[in-house]
Ligand binder design. Sequence first.
Ligand code: ATP
Length: 417
Amino acid sequence: MARKIGSRYTVHQVIGRGSAGTVWLGEGPDGPVAVKLLREDLAADQVLVGRFVQERAALTGLDHPHVVGVHDMVVDGSDLALVMDLVQGSDLRTRLERDGVLSPAVAASVIADVADGLAAAHAAGIVHRDVKPENVLLDLAAPPGPGGAPRAKLTDFGIARLVDAPRRTRATRIIGTPDYLAPEIIEGLEPRAAVDIYATATVLYELLTGTTPFGGGHTGAVLRRHVTENVPPVEGMPDGLWRIISECLAKAPASRLRAAELAARLRALLPELSGLGPIAVPAQRGAPEEVPTPGEAVYAEADAFAGSGTHRRRRGPAVPLVPGPQPDSTRDTHTSLRRPSPRELASYAEESRAQRAQPAATHRRTRAQMIRRRRTLAVLIAVVLLLAGAAAAWTAFAAEPPAGASAAVHASWHPRL
Ligand SMILES: Nc1ncnc2c1ncn2[C@@H]1O[C@H](COP(=O)(O)OP(=O)(O)OP(=O)(O)O)[C@@H](O)[C@H]1O
């Protein structure tokens, strides 16, 4: 079903849905484009429409190989649309879901591309504010990078700011996705470039381990961990990558790397990462029910640290903006919740310790347990072999060996294996 958007564009079919709207395959005067139509309720918001017009110059002016270019922004009746480069490929979340984890070289190369895109944006005074795997598109039409890594492009620049709360409540709200939120955002500071670095390091960690460093459990517990906990080292993570991740996850924004430094440090590591296989991580447990997936955008009222608040979460399909096929993904939701009060946050501390886990820390604990179990098993096997050998030798050389010695040895050990 073709549909006109403004006077210059026609859209043909839905290619994706997100929390802010629906992405269509379209056609413009210069060829194929992707058109993101914002949700009707957003398009009806006059404050947002005003901001949309204000941001036009900044967003359409961002031209970089690792940024999905915005060609045009259309305000037409009830339509509010961003016209973008059409990227032929999938988003990084889809890739991660397919592969579980990426090899260190591929992960570093993808994140170096993202950091390059961020460096250009930050130089232009634009903070992304919602860096996460969903917002990284892999351009499979472009020649691959080092080690066959797909080229990455960051998208959705400025969307978080566009759909931010109205001015009168902005000071008391935060916008973002819990697993990737820098601590200073949770504490109510104005988001600056360093929040993108924190989120980018979170994505790098996720590509390498399959889980985010502070994710899992109740959203309040996730927010609290960002503010108060440090991420423990990950067994098997190459040292160079671990140093970069630790620096970029620093609680103090000023201690984090700048985007260009991050890209350069990652690229410098590529030769030594080349050929390394993915970090061995055990299979993940499913996310607990009612807990947002890592990439789920959350629009959170930020009165949590200032007073009481009831915590409400909602999961469900995106509200279709226009008729079209059903979402091809289950994670495209628009979630609204009130951030928890200080007392609630404190109560999450217990849950956080018990659950830290889901999935981030548990899998590390599980891995340690697995290693211990494997060692115990190896010792047991060695003892059995030793005893079996001794029994065989005894059988062979003793004049009249007692019958069934070897069998008895095995019988006594088998049940413990
Ligand atoms: N420029 C593009 N070219 C090709 N496909 C795109 C483009 N932009 C988005 N898509 C597709 O549309 C899907 C939805 O994108 P969208 O930006 O609306 O949501 P999201 O980033 O996945 O989620 P959210 O908006 O909730 O953060 C993407 O996952 C991707 O598959």
